[in-house]
Design a protein around this ligand. Structure first.
Ligand SMILES: NC(=O)c1ccc[n+]([C@@H]2O[C@H](COP(=O)([O-])OP(=O)(O)OC[C@H]3O[C@@H](n4cnc5c(N)ncnc54)[C@H](O)[C@@H]3O)[C@@H](O)[C@H]2O)c1
Length: 271
């Protein structure tokens, strides 16, 4: 297949391009930043359309990937219009497969101005979206935009990616940080290579009943040394565990991604 990848100069997009090329696909790497890519600002509808010519599918990773150091209006405008232009122009050109980088931030805990607590863990696709911040809003709009094109006949997969880190970065940012620092993320992560592999798997055709899917994509374990049950009891005592939390069990569940994509997080930073 010939696959259009946005955000290709970024962390995830570059790895998606790498894995697609290894798998024998052709790639059209697009980004507003230079660096071995087709330079397109996704705010430019015409430029997006031009870059999509001849493509069979899109993997849309481009976004302002954090609400830090950007005014909310710019964040929302960039991310919402980028997603709309990518999907609308793809639809217009007959492209019927899209993979969208959503985020575990959609649940609202990561960027809430005052700390929010989820009522129950593991977090999964049935967990309410109780966010109060603009970044999470952009991911909800991304998913709803995707769902709209799915109703028209496009296969759309929105991946609710947890914090995308390499094993070395888990050691640097999570494992030995004060536990309170990553309570907002429930000490989770997804390995960069595993996140990109989920994007690639989501390009495969699925039954019509699964035309739109929003899937949690997270590691099977936390990024911490302490047992998960101890972390929760100490740092989030009001959160109820709906399952037994063995050892370092993650507090985000990717069970549904296993059923739909056949994806399972295979690596851990502990090895
Ligand atoms: N990094 C994480 O931990 C994480 C977690 C969950 C979800 N995500 C999502 O995954 C995606 C990729 O994240 P990342 O970590 O690779 O971020 P990144 O910042 O490394 O890459 C994002 C890329 O998008 C490009 N971009 C932004 N606006 C654009 C526009 N208008 N036109 C063209 N290109 C534009 C940027 O130039 C950048 O190269 C994003 O959608 C992000 O929200 C990231």
């Amino acid at each position: 297949m010939r696959i259009w990848v946005s955000g290709a100069a970024g962390k995830l997009g570059a790895e998606v391009c790498r894995q697609l090329l290894v798998a024998g696909h052709q790639v059209v790497p697009v980004d507003v930043r230079p660096g071995g890519v087709v330079e397109v600002d996704l705010g430019d509808r015409v430029g997006v359309g031009r870059s999509l010519a001849g493509c069979d599918a899109i993997v849309h990773c481009a976004a302002i990937a954090s609400p830090e150091n950007v005014v909310p209006a710019e964040l929302v405008h960039n991310n919402v219009m980028s997603t709309f232009n990518a999907l609308e122009e793809a639809w217009g050109q007959g492209i019927r497969t899209a993979v969208l980088a959503s985020s575990g931030s959609i649940y609202g805990t990561a960027w809430a101005p005052e700390e929010l607590t989820v009522a129950e863990v593991p977090v999964d696709e049935s967990t309410p979206l109780a966010y109060v911040d603009p970044y999470a809003l952009t991911k909800d709009i991304l998913e709803r935009t995707g769902a709209m094109y799915a109703r028209r006949g496009m296969q759309v997969t929105a991946l609710r990616l947890h914090w995308i880190l390499t094993a070395a970065e888990v050691r640097e940012y999570v494992a030995d940080a004060p536990p309170a620092a990553n309570r907002r993320n429930l000490w989770g992560y997804v390995d960069l290579g595993e996140a990109a592999r989920a994007c690639v798997l989501a390009l495969a055709p699925r039954p019509e009943a699964q035309r739109f899917e929003a899937l949690v994509i997270a590691a099977e374990d936390t990024g911490r040394h302490e047992p998960t049950a101890d972390l929760l009891a100490r740092w989030s005592p009001d959160t109820r565990a709906t399952e037994v939390l063995d050892g370092h069990a993650a507090l985000f569940s990717s069970r549904r991604a296993g059923e739909v994509l056949g994806w399972k997080h295979r690596s851990t930073w502990r090895q």
